[in-house]
Design a protein around this ligand. Sequence first.
Ligand code: AHG
Ligand code: MN
Ligand code: MN
Length: 337
Amino acid sequence: MAQRTLARYLTEEQRTKGLIPADLKFLIEVVARACQAISVAIGKGSLGGVLGEAGSDNVQGEAQKKLDVLSNEILLEANEWGGHLAAMASEEMDLPHLVPHRFPKGEYLLTFDPLDGSSNIDVNVSIGTIFSVLKCPEGADLSSPEAAEQAFLQPGSAQVAAGYAVYGPNTLLVLTVGDGVVVFTLDREQGQFILTQENVRIPAETKEFAINMSNQRFWEAPVKRYVDEMVAGKTGPLGKDYNMRWIASMVADVHRIMSRGGIFMYPMDEKVRDKGGKLRLMYEANPMAFLVEQAGGAATTGRERILDIQPAKLHQRVPVILGSKVEVERVTGYHAD
Ligand code: AHG
Ligand code: MN
Ligand code: MN
């Protein structure tokens, strides 16, 4: 059978289900092309001079790597001219980026974490890009970047598409348009993303968890209890032995869960309490929660469904617990106890 490229998948989804208007199809293809360009830059590593510190801090007060800045620029430049977007927002930028006046404006909003897993860049471990697409509300005030923030403050359940690219041994694009989750693999010779998996399903149960154990003393009681129970193994209350993985690139940890199940937690802890959590709602939690739910998993803060959160600000942070449904429900239940 002929290979199904990303373009073909999107065209056929539109033809059979009417889910992807032409502008959204174009948007997703442009984001995919930007991810291809980021993948090429990453692939060059030291030879391309892309590793190391940028020498600046982002709005979150985090030191930026050269690749954080470069990936952000690639995504902005790729997306500003096409006429499909009203504005973009990024983890690396203080305020939304409006489409310059010389270009037409479209009806979508794009948010992204241009480079996820920054601490892994310089050690050659998998990193990624995460993105989310919203409809721009009618009559939204786009007169200034400050005014435009309001248009983005929509719950994750309003997303029309979300995805991530993982730059690992293979470069993959994992996508949902609200009709399940599909995976494309980058064919580097052809320069095309080829569909390699449809109908991704996260097993409901798991024996694998992902959490940064060094934060254990800062966790809240429900997460402490749950991790203690998992570590207790077969003779503990959960009656089975668990394995642990922590890559410290959310993209790579989530992709493992997409592939074979598991639970990922960056829960509330005392170190991050005043910030609201570690991970960012608009750039990390919402797109990943949409993908995980579309694959049959669940995503909560421990207290509420992530996709139900009404954002109060663009750079809002939240606790994140996601993955295999039975386990996410168990630890969410512990929070209710
Ligand atoms: P980013 O590189 O975009 O700032 O995101 C890093 C995030 C996430 O990818 C990962 O799960 C987590 O931070 C790792 O945090 P720790 O270093 O605290 O483990
Ligand atoms: Mn990130
Ligand atoms: Mn990032």
